[in-house]
Design a protein around this ligand. Structure first.
Ligand code: SAH
Length: 411
């Protein structure tokens, strides 16, 4: 049980964000820390009138000095955030996913999405019988054993892997870690399903927790048969073939997959075979290509060659890691989209994404607009795209919206 061991006194004018249920308290908002809370301890967040507004976990080593766990005084009765509290939060997150009715066609999805699920700093993804946890903050890291125990109890997985090999942990004073934390090790060739499509995934070796699960709804939206059947597709930043596999399932023509990771492309090719679309399987694949290289260089090469495609998919990694990066990132997005627009046949489709939280949907749209003007092409937005619903966005925490995309018809 966690006893409240300190109080955070907020500065004048800094109460509003707490009252509006934003879960982060920055160092600059705190006038004084009363008591001697240890890193990760539970603290009371005090308003100017001396009343408790919320309870948070504390980290004196982070610019985000505290992350709020509850605004409900009853929930943390007798000054504690106990095992029952964490269990309730996990149960709520799990119930939210069960209500999406993803199983059995989809067996890989996010169960806990950090702040947006009232569990700041904790990510839990499900991959078939296995779970992958990511502890992004010290407050969560300190409670890892407790949370892993609760997850095992609630979900009965075969094993739980930790993928806390992310650089944001440095901001919390933590080092990186990955390894098995409960039960048995997942096979390195684990197979999971997304909408009935098979993906081989290595939970300890893959990017993020294994797959880019946030793109699931967009793969469906973009790769519908009427968009992709018999079309020539350039899938840029292909990873293990997420969009390519959906397009193949919808009867796409030849797909050219581009990624800087050879390992990811090898898995992409294996995934096509896994689904039985090779050697006489149905739908039979025309010859796909897997090109290991820098996306910008490959796009320039095709431009110089005068190559044309019916669809270009751009799903780059995060370009902006901090506010300072935003300008450079927007230049990167503009170049990329400008190049892609020039490769499209009239009436072709551009599916373009940004997963940089710092680049808003509005800004991203302006960047693509600029790219279309410079490329001299008319682009019509057919659909605004966002993250899958198992990655919910908390209304009071706009930072939880990070993935945005546009599906455009280009003339
Ligand atoms: N579309 C994928 C996810 C893409 S994630 C899916 O649906 O699963 C971004 C990918 O970009 C990663 O696989 C990474 O290896 C790749 N990448 C990063 N920088 C790159 C670059 N400069 N050129 C090509 N690929 C790059």
């Amino acid at each position: 049980m966690d006893i409240i061991s300190g109080k955070l006194m907020l500065k004048r004018g800094r109460q509003k964000s707490v009252v509006n249920r934003h879960p982060w308290i920055f160092s600059g908002s705190i006038e004084r820390v009363a008591g001697q809370p240890e890193p990760g301890d539970i603290v009371d967040v005090m308003g100017r009138d001396g009343r408790s507004l919320a309870r948070a976990y504390f980290n004196p080593h982070s610019q985000i000095r505290a992350r709020i766990l509850t605004w409900d005084a009853d929930e943390a009765a007798e000054g504690s955030v106990d095992d029952a509290f964490w269990r309730r939060r996990l149960e709520r997150a799990i119930a939210g996913r069960a209500a999406l009715a993803l199983e059995p066609a989809t067996t890989a999805y996010r169960l806990v999405n950090g702040e947006a699920d009232g569990l700041p700093g904790l990510i839990v993804d499900k991959y078939g019988d296995y779970l992958v946890v990511q502890c992004l903050t010290l407050g969560i890291d300190r409670r890892k054993a407790q949370l892993v125990g609760l997850l095992a109890d609630l979900l009965h997985p075969a094993g739980i892997v930790e993928r806390s090999d992310v650089d944001v942990r440095a901001k919390e004073g933590l080092t990186e870690f990955k390894g098995l934390v409960w039960g048995e090790m997942p096979p390195s060739d684990l197979v999971v399903l997304e909408n009935g499509i098979q993906f081989g995934v290595n939970l300890l070796g893959g990017h993020k927790t294994g797959l880019y699960l946030d793109q699931r709804v967009n793969r469906t939206a973009v790769c519908q048969p009427h968009f992709v059947a018999n079309k020539e597709i350039l899938n840029v930043f292909a990873y293990t073939g997420g969009f390519a596999l959906y397009a193949a399932a919808s009867g796409a023509g030849p797909i050219i997959n581009v990624d800087s990771s050879i390992g990811a492309l090898e898995q992409a090719e294996k995934n096509v075979a896994l689904n039985g679309w090779l050697d006489g399987g149905s739908p039979q694949r025309p010859s796909d290509e897997y090109i290991a290289g820098d996306a910008f260089e490959v796009l320039r090469y095709y431009r110089d060659e005068g190559r044309q495609f019916d669809m270009v998919i751009l799903d780059p990694p995060k370009f902006a890691h901090s506010r300072r990066d935003v300008e450079r990132a927007t230049r990167g997005y503009k170049d990329l989209n400008w190049l892609a627009l020039r490769l499209l046949r009239p009436g072709g489709l551009l599916a373009t994404f940004s997963c940089s939280g710092r680049v808003s949907a509005d800004l991203f749209q302006k960047v693509v607009f600029g790219a279309a003007v410079d490329a001299g092409r008319d682009a019509q937005i057919m659909q605004h795209l966002g993250q899958s619903p198992d990655h919910p966005i908390l209304l009071t925490f706009p930072e939880s919206a990070y993935l945005k995309g546009l599906l455009c018809r280009v003339w």
